[in-house]
Design a protein around this ligand. Structure first.
Ligand code: SF4
Ligand code: SF4
Length: 281
């Protein structure tokens, strides 16, 4: 079962929830940190990682074969290639490696070469196993690295995916094949605004979802009212506690500071399981 933990905005407690869920599932779970631009789950596991490089495809041009027809510039959705007169300019930092330009080039002037896009890391400490991605600096291609991380899933009962924040390509790549998505938010106007965007995205993808309200007692009731109106279950409310925040800042998993919350997370895992069974009936 793949459970994606996502949020419309960063800083809502997505990683805290992912780590707590993986902790209560223990050896039954593999935690995947797909927030490859800013992976931080490994900081809480604090053990040495084995890393391997990941490569993506990047176009290169043979100017001798180019007729300046302009087809490559027209198809590129990321403005990563431009044809100006007799010149074809490539901007590698904008390229997403989709291969469109290479396919439409009528003369074979463009071909694809391997380019390092980042690294995949893996580690295990006690019952917690982690796979994560680390995007190289200056690299725009996070979706291929996220896919590479996701391809490393084993036969664990639960795959917990810590997704990138937001609602753009990286988040969509991370949640796409999830059985259930937990959206972590906070009870503030910003939390509500970004939650509505994330809900719209998940509805487009037709994915079942539930909401977790972090720092639940620190804001207003508008997130709850929104969830009620939209028929989205609020599956967990995490209290705003200084000891939890302090533990996070020390790189400790929330349940180390507040072991009494383990029961809540075990129940959450069970609730998700029941909802997934319902959906699959
Ligand atoms: S599609 Fe090929 S031939 Fe046409 S401008 Fe681009 S590189 Fe040159
Ligand atoms: S591979 Fe895709 S993103 Fe990169 S330059 Fe070609 S069309 Fe643009």
């Amino acid at each position: 079962m793949k459970i994606a933990v996502a949020s419309g905005k960063g800083g809502t407690g997505k990683t805290t929830v992912s780590l707590a869920l993986a902790s209560v599932a223990g050896t039954d779970a593999l935690l995947m940190d797909c927030d490859v631009e800013e992976p931080n789950c490994h900081l809480f596991i604090s053990t040495e990682q084995q890393r391997e490089k990941v490569y993506g495809l990047m176009p290169v041009i043979d100017k001798a074969l180019c007729t300046s027809c302009g087809k490559c510039g027209k198809i590129c959705q990321f403005n990563a290639i431009a044809v100006l007169g007799d010149n074809v300019l490539l901007f590698p930092e904008l390229c997403h490696g989709c291969g469109g330009c290479v396919r439409v080039c009528p003369t074979g002037a463009l071909k694809e070469v391997d380019k390092e896009i980042g690294e995949i890391g893996g580690c295990r400490k006690d019952d917690l196993s982690l796979i994560d991605g680390h995007l190289s600096i200056g690299q725009a291609m996070s979706p291929p690295l996220i896919r590479a991380v996701k391809n490393h899933g084993g036969k664990e009962k639960y795959i917990i995916v810590d997704c990138p924040p937001g609602t753009s390509c990286p988040m969509v790549t991370a949640v796409r094949d999830a059985d259930f998505v937990l959206l972590v938010t906070e009870p503030t106007p910003f939390g509500l605004h970004d939650l509505t965007l994330a809900v719209d995205t998940l509805r487009e993808l037709k994915l079942p979802m539930g909401v977790i309200i972090n720092r639940a007692d620190s804001g207003d009731d508008k997130v709850k009212a929104y969830c009620k109106a939209e028929g989205i279950p609020v599956m967990l409310e995490i209290p705003h506690r200084r000891d939890i925040a302090t533990a996070y800042s020390r790189g400790e998993i929330m349940l180390q500071a507040a072991p009494e919350l383990s029961l809540m997370f075990r129940k959450l895992l069970k609730d998700v399981e029941n909802r997934v069974s319902e959906v699959k009936k």
